[in-house]
Design a protein around this ligand. Sequence first.
Ligand code: GTP
Ligand code: MG
Length: 257
Amino acid sequence: MNNSNIINNKSFQDNDELSKNSGSESDQDPKVSQLNIEENKKLNIEILPENTDKEDLSFKVIIIGDSSVGKSSLANKAIKNKFESSYSATIGFDFFSFFVKINNKILKLQIWDTCGQEIYQSLITNFYRNCSLGIMVYAINNRDSYEHLDLWLKEIKRESNPDAKIFLIGNKCDLEKERVVTYEEANIYSEDMEFSKFFEASAKDGINAKEIFIEAARLLYEDYTEYKSEISSSVSEKTNPELKITLNKNEHKSTCC
Ligand code: GTP
Ligand code: MG
């Protein structure tokens, strides 16, 4: 087996395991600050520099959505604290790394920022595989980008791990006067389609840009810790016969791997 592990079909790399075995700048508008800050406070979370050269866990995250909705801008704002008002279309992919330390584990998000142009789509969907989390972006001032979400969702569900988490992001929320997609309708869509999270954001003003990736890291870390506890309970099941009897009585089944 190579160094990739599976959590409910999502892949991650645990370098610790390998070695053993071998703030938003926003105005706090409630509509744009739906991040579970309380949850994050319970964990000890620290953002590390982009050039961090160590990681314990590594996850592939893909950003998709129509051209010009601000996918690259969100990644640039979150990771490099930069925003360019001129438009330079991504050709193929851009790559970013986002490092977060959560409870002493260093997580690396390998972020694949894809181009939204249709001509590249057949090439790009091949790279959705093994992604742990997808970030689907539309722009609140671009109705077409919202109407196309069904297509993006279908693609990501078809090509990536069936259990990959998916976030929905309504970008450009600084352009309130040009808004053509309401927060409420997108929120209902997000609930209907069972997105893991829905936020509005602005790469321009830095609203929720960094928080998207912090929240992604937090959810992936939670999956990892759940996976670890499933593994240890299945080890106890094997090594502790009394526990095994109890588990069998309760018809407990480990879902690991
Ligand atoms: P492709 O690479 O072609 O798929 O586009 P993209 O989704 O990566 O869009 P990109 O980040 O290049 O941004 C497109 C344009 O929108 C640029 O001119 C950005 O400056 C602008 N833009 C991005 N985010 C925001 C935002 O939050 N607010 C405003 N007002 N403009 C934004
Ligand atoms: Mg781009």
